[in-house]
Design a protein around this ligand. Structure first.
Ligand code: MN
Length: 229
């Protein structure tokens, strides 16, 4: 990759700067960037997500994004940045779309594995429960809306619960795009790229999303991503 002209490094918009500030701190080590360890055994999410799916998703897809990120940032100014900074700065320059795709997918997957946990925590508690009742009219309505958003993503992408201006909101992103690039704070996500479910559910994305939401979400982690009280 050609080293970036200096003006790219200082060309950050207000929204992008806000996103860096708002970004949960997941992985901040500089080059070479290290894929965080999977927080559970490959088989721990079965039968909702099989060991084979996790093996390919974490061990091949996610790992490849990290390999590409390291290759593309080596000997560039990006090598000294945190992953969050790379995501936000590469999103701001169309010439860095290729790097953004790799960095965004690294960050999105780091976050995705933290949202999932064997057995889930079943129900949101505390301030998350209060906010869901306030902004969605209850957990059942929220779950239906989150699932509908995930099922509506056309092609590869992600469905997100975000904090935006002190309120909860749902959004979807295509391909590697991420709420970080839009100044919003991610709280939860569902990966709806086919590699996330096709070995287990083939074309039945809705069944995968339903099972994931009912049994695998770590709502305590989601709650702890909130900045509001
Ligand atoms: Mn994925």
């Amino acid at each position: 990759m050609i080293p970036l002209p200096r003006r790219n490094l200082i060309a950050m918009g207000t929204a992008a700067l806000a996103a860096v500030t708002a970004a949960p701190r997941l992985a901040t080590a500089a080059h070479p960037f290290t894929q965080p360890p999977l927080p559970f055994a490959e088989s721990a999410l079965a039968p909702v997500i099989s060991a084979q799916t996790v093996q390919f998703h974490y061990g091949k897809h996610h790992a490849a994004y990290y390999a590409n990120l390291n290759r593309m940032t080596e000997n560039t100014p990006y090598a000294a940045m945190s992953l969050e900074e790379i995501v936000v700065k590469s999103a701001a320059d169309p010439r860095d779309k290729g790097l953004f795709n790799q960095a965004g997918q690294c960050w999105n997957h780091d976050f995705y594995w933290k949202v999932l946990t064997p057995g889930g925590s079943r129900q949101p508690t505390g301030k998350l429960r209060t906010a869901i009742e306030r902004d969605f009219g209850g957990f059942d309505k929220f779950s239906q809306a989150f699932a509908a958003r995930a099922n509506a993503v056309f092609g590869s992408g992600w469905a997100w619960l975000v904090e935006d201006g002190g309120k909860l909101a749902l959004m979807e992103t295509s391909n590697a795009d991420t709420p970080l690039a839009h100044g919003k704070r991610p709280l939860a996500t569902i990966d709806v790229w086919e590699h996330a479910y096709y070995l287990d559910y083939q074309n039945r994305r809705a069944d995968h999303v339903d099972a994931l939401l009912k049994t695998l979400v770590n709502w305590d982690f989601v709650r702890d991503q909130m900045t509001t009280q």
